[in-house]
Design a protein around this ligand. Structure first.
Ligand SMILES: [Zn+2]
Length: 87
């Protein structure tokens, strides 16, 4: 068993979805990480207990509640990193 910040998974998944709709931003690994860190520092962590990759907590309802916030922060993150690339 281990403790994991489920928000990281959600942010990673949502970032891929949002980036697939954007042709105007850099999508290299460095920029992706910058976008994830930017968004994760502004979103509340969501710690869960996992066992062999399975989540104990039922997440579906919670997921819907915070997904709008994740999309909002990620969109800001993408725009910020696109304007301020570190390379
Ligand atoms: Zn880049």
């Amino acid at each position: 068993m281990k403790i994991q910040n489920y928000m990281e998974e959600v942010v990673a998944d949502e970032l891929e979805i949002l980036l697939s709709e954007r042709d105007d931003v850099c999508k290299c690994q460095k920029c992706r990480y910058d976008m994830m860190v930017w968004a994760l520092n502004r979103l509340p962590p969501k710690y869960v207990i996992t066992d062999r990759g399975r989540l104990y907590t039922k997440l579906k309802e919670q997921e819907i509640q915070f997904k709008a916030d994740v999309v909002k922060e990620l969109t800001r993150a993408i725009n910020f990193v696109a304007k301020n690339p570190k390379h």
